[in-house]
Structure formats: C-alpha cells, structure tokens
Design a protein around this ligand. Sequence first.
Ligand code: AP5
Length: 209
Amino acid sequence: MNLIFLGPPGAGKGTIAAKAVEILGIPHISTGLIFREAMNAGSTLGLKVKAIVESGALVDDATTIELVKERLAKSDAAKGFILDGFPRTLAQAEALGQFSKIDKAVNFDLPDSKVLMRLGGRRVCRKCGHNFHIMYDKPKVDGVCDHCGGEVYTRDDDSSKVITNRLLVYREQTAPLIGFYREKGLLADVDASPAVDEVVENFKKSVGL
Ligand code: AP5
C-alpha cells in the first residue's frame, strides 16, 4: 500500500506512522526526519536546509522532490510506503504523480488549539526520532529515549514563534493538497483529536483494514 500522510504540524502523522509501520510492514519515509538527520550529521544537505527548517519555511521543491524520488527507488519501498510530510506543495504532489502511484492520502485533522498543545509539549529522540510528549507520553527516564537510549530534546522548530509560522505555511501551501487528493478520489479523513490508540483505529478503518 502506497500512503501519504497529510495534516497540520503536530497532528500526529509521525506518531501514527510509527504504529502503522508495525501493522503494515512498510517503511515510514519522513522528509522532516531526513532533514533533521542531515542537520544533526552536519552534511551538505543539512547545512543547506538548517536555517529554512528552523524558521518553519519549506525547503525548495527541487531538493525535496529529488530526495524523495531517490528514497522511493530503494528496494524496501517496492512493497509500499508511508510518505509523512511529503508532498507539501502542489508542485511536489504533481511531481510525485509522475514517479509513483498513490493508493490513499490520509488527512489527519486537528484544530489549531490542539496543535499548539501537542507541539509545545513534544520531545524527540535525537538518535531514532521517536516522539514523546511531556503530558501524554513521557520517557521513563527524563531526557532518555525508551527505545534506543538516545538524548530526548525539544526540536528547534517547536518554539511558539516558529509553530505560528509553520501553521501559516501549512494553511497557504499544504492544505490545498486536501482538495487535490479529494478530487482524485484518494482522500481519507481521520479525526486526529482522540488518544493515540483511537486514532490508530480510525486510521485502520480509513485504509480499509
Ligand atoms: P516535519 O517534521 O514533517 O514537521 P510537520 O509536518 O510540521 O509535522 P510534525 O513532525 O511537526 O508533526 P506530526 O504531525 O508528525 O506530529 P507528531 O507525531 O510528532 O517537517 C519539519 C520541517 O522540515 C518543515 O517545517 C520544513 O521546513 C521541512 N520539510 C519537511 N518536509 C518538507 C517538504 N515536503 N517540503 C519542504 N520542506 C519540508 O506528534 C506531535 C506531538 O503530539 C508528539 O509529542 C506526540 O507524542 C503527540 N501526539 C501525537 N498524537 C497524539 C494523540 N493522539 N494524543 C496526544 N498526543 C499525541
């Protein structure tokens, strides 16, 4: 199954994708995670995108499309994939349609008030990327990842000023993709407000599981 996860920042796309990987046995491909790993490694890509990602703006389409095209060409994506955070512009969606077939675009819907609460309390493992939350899902040992022992930190783009910008960018550039995929008959809406287990069940129904 080839899936796209849409939805505002903090809707839970990464969290549900981690659960969906266990259910479906297909890779989770997050462009945000790829950029953060590159930034942590100080690679050429990381240095190029650092200021953009930290401001909440979008990395240019050409760089992002090429990166996803290369990732989808890897053998593990042949059996299916979850694209989380891509496409984010109409140009990216059109490009994706040229090199891949999509079965469903799952739209995780969450009001802005909940976005602020989720992102304000999010903590992330620097090593494996696992998401935690200071209220809903704390690591067992403060600052240490339960899964790999990595350092749990606050993302640079989770400050309130940058969250506001990310929401603006989402409304202007990414939300139009909901209509794009609805018109193609590929959209499945999922209410992302309930607790994680319930959202997972809503997701499973939305893709016919
Ligand atoms: P990216 O990493 O994709 O950020 P995002 O889309 O803003 O999404 P988030 O990762 O913030 O949120 P999420 O929906 O995954 O929520 P999560 O599961 O973490 O992108 C970062 C940046 O990279 C972009 O701003 C841009 O600069 C660049 N970029 C990436 N892709 C790009 C592209 N295609 N083109 C150009 N630039 C690109 O959950 C949030 C919190 O809530 C967590 O703490 C979690 O524990 C908690 N939580 C989740 N679900 C629940 C629940 N049901 N109940 C309670 N708590 C929950």
